[in-house]
Design a protein around this ligand. Structure first.
Ligand code: AMP
Length: 113
């Protein structure tokens, strides 16, 4: 499949991998928007959150446990961090393989742009 994140999963494109297991991959964002900017993705391709259903609940839960471990590994759990998933055009999604952004290391603002 010609999906950039599927190609990262298959190691056809280099990335700075932070964490990997059978179902999840986490790697540094190529255009970081904060000192810590990591993407956490399911290895299986889902274009958007709308492609997930009840059978994916365990995977989503696992992704959040991976996120928790990464923020602790990066030692930003106390200072704080933001987890973002953009969905479709007005949500700002540009890569259509779902991913959670972990952003940390600077003050975040609200509302987001
Ligand atoms: P989104 O706009 O939410 O779809 O986020 C897509 C993210 O993927 C952006 O933050 C990009 O900088 C990031 N990105 C795109 N290509 C790569 C790549 N080859 N390696 C790492 N991050 C990437």
């Amino acid at each position: 499949m010609d999906c950039i994140f599927c190609r990262i999963v298959r190691k056809e494109i280099n990335s700075n991998i932070i964490y990997e297991d059978d179902t999840v991959l986490a790697f540094e964002d190529i255009a970081p928007q904060a000192p810590v900017h990591i993407l956490v993705i399911p290895k299986k391709h889902y274009s958007t959150l709308l492609d997930m259903d009840q059978k994916d609940k365990e995977l989503i839960g696992h992704i959040f446990m991976v996120i928790k471990n990464i923020v602790k590994q990066k030692n930003v759990q106390q200072s704080g961090f933001r987890v973002v998933m953009n969905c479709n055009s007005q949500g700002g999604q540009t890569v259509f393989h779902i991913h959670f952004h972990i952003l940390a290391g600077r003050q975040m603002h609200w509302p987001p742009g």
